[in-house]
Design a protein. Sequence first.
Length: 201
Amino acid sequence: MNIVCLDVEGVLVPEIWIEFSKASGIPELKRTTRDEPDYNKLMNWRLGILKEHGLGLKEIQATIAKIQPLEGAREFLDELRSVAQVILISDTFEQFASPLMEKLGRPTLFCNTLDVAEDGEITGFKMRIENSKLSTVKALQSIGYDTIAAGDSYNDLDMIRASRTGFLFRSTPKIIEDNPDLQAFEGYDEFLAAIKEELKK
């Protein structure tokens, strides 16, 4: 029994923080898990920048409302869900992801949540579980599933390597170079074909 586990940002939708960096004019916020492997460190740094600029959830959600899935992502996901069980596993937050999931046809998403004050300031964040992507894959395996995983960033590598098969999708040259044994794809058609081949095994 197979289940496909996909990262979200960079794979199906644009990176939310990069889009917000453009909208807010704060270039530092372009830093993502493609650049910083330590997610807690990255998020605490982001929250510090938001506080410094007096920005909160409302401003980020206004940017998210304008974000569309990557071209071809909805069709890719619909086709994949027609042949396999799919779970999206992301380090993003419920308050960010909900409108994007609507645009993707409401797939199953495992993510985290933000602590938000009454005035909209993001005061902290709660991770669903430590090492959430790897922990989720291992939990699925413990109940009888073979996992096929894919993502684009450093924080995806553990779940990719723990799975029966894993892929990189639209990753960085550095990550691809450092993981030469992982198949890396740029287009949805070839990516979908590779997953379908793996599902046959």
